[in-house]
Every structure is written in structure tokens, then in C-alpha cells.
Design a protein around this ligand. Structure first.
Ligand code: HEM
Length: 407
């Protein structure tokens, strides 16, 4: 990131900066100002983008397919030069269905969905319960931990590795690769591509191994999947596995971490959850997803699109600001207050339209199991040094350092 890109924001409506430290720490005030003044803002920063802030607009734009295309949109900032574009370099869709438009999006999504129904993820639930207890065993007697590093970050990579059927001992690699793509690589196309390549090469070997020796895991299942009587090509399976890792790790870890941050800093809510019944857990998980929605996606206009008083030209990038939409007062009463038993909560943390999250059952289960297990073992906890807390922002927002004092 250059100094010019980090200069102070003069006017949010024409110059928002999604990497501004204040915005990363708390984007809610910026969305509120924009919603009132300029609901679809534009910036020239990081290669330029449009950012809708109203629920209705984000919903409408998510449904503009394919004119606002998911195919090859690149990360949410900085279009990498051609030599760094994943698809061009490797000649295949790097992470279908999320990086595809119909028809490819439709058949790759159809191949994935059966593996993420509540029934299909039942083994991951018992795995997660054991995992969360084992993680807590590792730090509970010490009286403190890092809620992000020692807990939240450890859960989704192991759960998705278990589902895919890959080596659990590579978890630190998975975390590093995914952060290299979604966090540190966001403004560094070379680093992003290097990590994409590491993931791609890893899964290429796994797919070859499953073709030779089928096992009882998701990679084998995808190798055996047929669409219209034809097996999925290896490159498509590799891309789909890449997506499972990239979509399944940072997102859920961020949601679990944000929830722990919330309860460590809001004593009344923490006490309430320590005695929560099933009904309160259900509404609380949805409210945490709404309030701390981690994921912002991107689309690229492939034709001129007029909408809401703006004109998006071919090549323009649009940020799918699902988190901002979830704080729109037109749709949510008192949107900037977290209400654990909020009854009407049609949040779009998992997106909207044809790309709506295929892993939402798994994500909800991981949040529920990780938080319920935490509360059953650690009902009393507070934030340690508040100045030590760090947040990642941009494509996926959540705490990365989170000191917690237990008891
Ligand atoms: C709290 C955790 C999660 C959140 C907030 C989240 C959010 C999202 C969002 C907003 C989208 C829409 C993308 C778009 O419109 O371009 C999406 C798509 C997707 N997510 Fe998730 N996700 C989470 C966890 C997961 C997990 C655990 C998996 C599975 C391993 C997963 C797999 C996917 C897939 C495959 C898609 C692409 C669907 C398509 O393009 O048809 N996600 N997710």
C-alpha cells in the first residue's frame, strides 16, 4: 500500500477507504453517513470501486447476473495485472461456483450443495464438539488465552480439513495460505497468487491421490460426482476444494472471534448467554452474524449498468457490502444495537441471490458448537489488554489478536 493510498479521507462519498484503521475497527458510522448522504459511494482508491450501503441496493445488485459478474472479479481491491490474474494464468476457474457465472456456477454449486445439508454435516458436529473441548483443555488452567489465535482460528481449518479428508497436521499451512490470499495478499497480487498456487498445487496432489485410492471424504465424493453424465474435470474439483478452504476458514473464524470479542466486552450479554436456552442461542447466533457480518464480496460490471442514479461502466468493480446492508435502519429496528433475542432478522451475512453461501449450515453449526462449548466451560471472561486487540478488514472482517482473561 502506498502513502498516497493511505492519505486521509476527505469525503466518504467520493473517497472511502476500506483499509482505513478506523473503518476496519468500526465501519458502522461510515455506512450510516453514506446511507444518508450518498447510498452508493465511489472511490478511486485501490483501483476504484462502488460501494452500496442500503439493504435494498445490495440485494438488487447481488441479483444483477450476469451484468454484474462474479467471473474473474479478482479480490475486492486492486485488479491484479494480467500476469497475476488467477484464471488467466492457470486457464481454469480458480474457485467455482463463487468465481463463476451461470451456467458453470449452477452445476458446480449443484455438485456441492448435497455435502452441506444439516444431515451431511452431522459428522462435523461431533468432530467440532470434541475439538472445541480439546482446545479449551489446552488453555483453561492458564487463566488466559488469545480468543482469536488459540480458539476461533483453530476451529474452521480443522473442521474443513476433516470434511475434505486432508491431513490435519497441515492446519498451520492452510491458515497461512488463506491469510495470504484473503488478508495479506489483498493489496499484494503477487503474494496472493503465490498462496493461491500453493493451495492449487496441494489439492492437485490430493485429487490425483483420490482418483488412485478413493476414500470416504469430500474430495473423493467430488471425484465421483457426475453432472449430466460427465465426471467433473480435475481442474474444476481443484478449484472447488480451493474455495472450500478459502471460503470456509477466515469467514467462520472471524465470526467466532467477533462473538467472543462481543461477549468479552459486553458483560450483560455475556451473563445472559451463560444461562441461555436453545431459543436464545438460535436468535443470538443470527444476531451475531448480522451485527458482525464478516464477508464483503466483489462483482465486475461487464456491461453498462444504470442503477440508483449511478452508471457502472464495463470493468467497474462493485463491493457487495453485505455487512453494511445488515445495519440498514429501513430493514432492522435499532440496527446498531446487538439484540440477542431479535425476532425479525432477515440478515444477508451469507449473501443474496444465486451465490448465497453454500456452507451456511456448516458455518452456523461451527458458531453454535464453538460458542456453546466455550460458555459451558468458560462462562466468566473479560477482555485482557484492549490495546492489544487487532482486527483484519477488507474482504473478511474479524479480530486477529484477542486477549481474554478467564474467570
Ligand atoms: C460465518 C461464516 C460464513 C460467512 C459469513 C459466509 C459468507 C458468504 C457469502 C456472503 C457468500 C456469497 C458470495 C457472493 O455473493 O459472491 C458466500 C458464498 C459461499 N460460501 Fe460462505 N460464508 C461462511 C462460511 C462458509 C463455509 C464454512 C463454507 C464451506 C466450507 C462456505 C462456502 C461457500 C461457498 C461454496 C460459496 C459460493 C456459493 C456460490 O457461489 O454459489 N462458506 N459465503
Amino acid at each position: 500500500m502506498t502513502d498516497t493510498e493511505r492519505c486521509p479521507v476527505d469525503d466518504l462519498a467520493t473517497d472511502y477507504d476500506i483499509f482505513d484503521p478506523d473503518y476496519v475497527r468500526d465501519p458502522v458510522p461510515a455506512w450510516a453517513e453514506l446511507r444518508d448522504r450518498c447510498p452508493i459511494a465511489h472511490t478511486e482508491r485501490y483501483g476504484g470501486s462502488w460501494m452500496p450501503t442500503r439493504y435494498e441496493d445490495v440485494q438488487a445488485m447481488a441479483k444483477m447476473v450476469p451484468e454484474l459478474s462474479s467471473a474473474n472479479p479478482g479480490p475486492i481491491v486492486i485488479d491484479p495485472p494480467n500476469e497475476f490474474r488467477d484464471q488467466n494464468r492457470q486457464g481454469y476457474n480458480a474457485a467455482a461456483p463463487i468465481t463463476a457465472d451461470p451456467p458453470e456456477q449452477s452445476w458446480t454449486r449443484k455438485a456441492l450443495l448435497p455435502h452441506f445439508t444439516p444431515k451431511a454435516i452431522a459428522p462435523e458436529r461431533s468432530y467440532s464438539e470434541q475439538l472445541c473441548n480439546d482446545l479449551i483443555d489446552g488453555f483453561v488452567d492458564a487463566g488466559s488465552c488469545d480468543g482469536a489465535v488459540d480458539y476461533a482460528q483453530q476451529i474452521p481449518p480443522r473442521v474443513i480439513a476433516s470434511k475434505l479428508g486432508v491431513d490435519q497436521s497441515r492446519v498451520d499451512d492452510f491458515i497461512g495460505w488463506v491469510r495470504g490470499v484473503l488478508e495479506f495478499g489483498l493489496t499484494d497480487p503477487e503474494l496472493r497468487l503465490k498462496n493461491s498456487d500453493l493451495i492449487r498445487n496441494f489439492f492437485a496432489e490430493e485429487v490425483t491421490a483420490r482418483r488412485a485410492n478413493p476414500r470416504d471424504d469430500l474430495i473423493t465424493a467430488l471425484c465421483q460426482t457426475e453432472v449430466d453424465g460427465r465426471a467433473l474435470p480435475d481442474e474444476v474439483i481443484i478449484g472447488m476444494c480451493n474455495l472450500q478452504l478459502v471460503a470456509g476458514i477466515d469467514t467462520t473464524w472471524s465470526s467466532i472471534g467477533s462473538a467472543l470479542w462481543h461477549f468479552a466486552t459486553h458483560d450483560d450479554d455475556r451473563r445472559r448467554m451463560a444461562d441461555a436456552d436453545d431459543a436464545l442461542w438460535d436468535t443470538a447466533i443470527e444476531e451475531l452474524l448480522r451485527f458482525y457480518s464478516p464477508v464483503t464480496m466483489a462483482r465486475n460490471a461487464i456491461e453498462t449498468v444504470e442503477y440508483g442514479g449511478i452508471t457502472m461502466e464495463p470493468g467497474d468493480k462493485v463491493l457487495m457490502n453485505f455487512p453494511g446492508a445488515n445495519h440498514d435502519p429501513e430493514v432492522f429496528d435499532d440496527p446498531d444495537t446487538l439484540i440477542l433475542d431479535r425476532q425479525r432478522n432477515r440478515h444477508i451475512a451469507f449473501g443474496a441471490g444465486i451465490h448465497r453461501c453454500a456452507g451456511s449450515n456448516l458455518a452456523r453449526m461451527e458458531m453454535e458448537v464453538s460458542l456453546r462449548t466455550w460458555f459451558s466451560r468458560i462462562p466468566e471472561f473479560t477482555l485482557g489488554d484492549p490495546d492489544a486487540v487487532t482486527w483484519a478488514g477488507g474482504q473478511v472482517r474479524g479480530p486477529r489478536i484477542l486477549p481474554i482473561v478467564i474467570g
